[in-house]
Design a protein around this ligand. Structure first.
Ligand code: PMT
Length: 391
């Protein structure tokens, strides 16, 4: 299944290091070439000899050990198709997030330009530490795949989140990336992201909590799958594909419709305001002596509905954000809007949806299909959405 692929496994100094022996065997059984690098602390938990025997390759620990024409960290980085860091301790996560290269593993990570999977494992209090979480966030924002630890009984005696995710989860995530096909090659995909901003006056506006993370994850994923991507966003983003920055629903509508006729797929992940103020004040509105102040709102164009009414060959995908009766409301909405797919988001939960790096969605199709995607990071959700649409 993975013949011709080289998997580089980086082991750091945590008790879960012993589990990685079995992970190496799983990759070997799938015919991958497995290279292993360890931090010096990892060798307190597992021996170099064991790892060498299982991987059938030399195991790297010291950065300046083997004389070669290339520095060792560059050779490892060049040779591998994917790097998996498991278990990733709080210490190594924090170094990686800050570009620190003080051992072979962290130097390889810094020089590695192909996909990286990070599987943290640590004590639950370390996992909850705000600095560690901030560093994980940095890695996630930089596009690395983080496989969250599980909750349960930990080796240190605590009960909580911090246990290495299952080896199957790590293996499957790596296999998915290594066998990923450019399924969107030759397709133009237009994606919207973020909450629209409807100005009241020069200092105030109406908007919502959308961070743009879901839309950006979709755009990055479409690009990785070979699509010709245009991202239309209310939040700034620097990307290797065209990005159009917009503010209001009306601006978003114009930008989407400019791209629509020659696109193959439009995904409306943006949270578009249904209303805008009727009279936008040119100067700052002054406080009055009255206790109440009223604004008259008028309807914004329904971008998604209009796309569905005018589409020729395009696949049109809507998102919906619901705080109650997720599936009933979504079923009603897919009919009202007329889109081919509707991705239903439960925004009543704090651990998914608005602003979170994670999501759990249900995909509805116009013919009545309903499929739930279990909670995962937004990049995994994005990949699964494209799998549903394009196979
Ligand atoms: O951005 P994140 O923080 O990552 O959060 C992701 C998300 C929760 C915002 C996203 O996944 C999501 O649910 N986006 C859709 C939010 C929304 O506007 O839902 P809605 O039910 O109000 O609208 C349904 C669909 O119609 C959406 O595709 C929307 O883009 C579209 N719409 C809505 C109003 C309007 N005037 N024009 C539209 O095109």
């Amino acid at each position: 299944m993975l013949s011709g692929k080289t998997v580089l496994i980086g082991i750091t100094g945590g008790i879960a290091a012993y589990k990685i022996c079995e992970l190496i065997r799983m990759f070997k059984r799938a015919n991958a070439n497995v290279r292993v690098v360890c931090t010096p602390n990892a060798l307190h938990f597992v021996t170099k000899l064991t790892l060498q025997n299982l991987s059938q390759n030399e195991v790297g620990v010291e950065e300046f050990e083997i004389p070669d024409f290339k520095p060792e960290h560059i050779s490892y980085a060049d040779e591998a198709d994917i790097m998996i860091i498991a278990p990733a301790t709080a210490n190594t996560i924090s170094k990686m997030a800050n570009g620190i290269c003080d051992n072979l593993l962290t130097s390889i990570f810094c020089a590695f330009s192909k996909p990286v999977i990070i599987a943290p494992a640590m004590n639950c209090n370390m996992w909850n530490n705000r600095i560690v979480q901030g560093n994980l966030q940095k890695l996630l924002n930089a596009g690395y795949t983080i496989l969250e630890p599980e909750t349960g009984f930990l080796a240190c005696g605590y009960e909580g989140r911090g246990r290495l995710c299952s080896l199957d989860t790590i293996f499957d995530a790596a296999k998915d990336i290594l066998t990923e096909k450019k399924t969107l090659a030759g397709k133009k995909v237009v994606i919207t992201a973020g909450g629209t901003i409807e100005e009241i006056d020069p200092v105030r506006y109406i908007s919502n909590y959308s961070s743009g993370k879901m839309g950006i994850a979709l755009a990055d994923t479409a690009y990785r799958l070979g699509a010709d991507v245009v991202l239309i966003t209310t939040v700034p983003a620097e990307k290797p594909y065209p990005v159009k920055k917009v503010k209001s629903a009306q601006e978003m509508q114009k930008a989407v419709e400019d791209e629509f006729s020659n696109s193959d797929c439009v995904i409306m992940a943006a949270a578009v305001a249904d209303y805008r103020v009727k009279q936008h004040a040119v100067q700052k509105i002054k406080k009055t002596d009255e206790n109440e102040y009223s604004l008259t709102l008028i309807k914004n164009p329904d971008i998604l509905k209009h796309l569905c009414e005018t589409k020729t060959h395009q696949t049109v995908v809507g998102f919906c954000a619901e705080s109650e009766n997720l599936i009933e409301n979504a079923k009603e909405k897919i009919i009202k809007k007329g889109c081919d797919y509707l991705i239903a988001n439960d925004i009543s939960r704090k651990d998914i949806g608005f602003s979170s790096d994670y999501n759990e969605v249900t995909i509805l199709t116009r013919d009545g299909g309903v499929k739930k995607l279990e909670r995962a990071d937004k990049y995994t959700i994005a990949r699964r959405i494209f799998e549903e649409i394009y196979g």
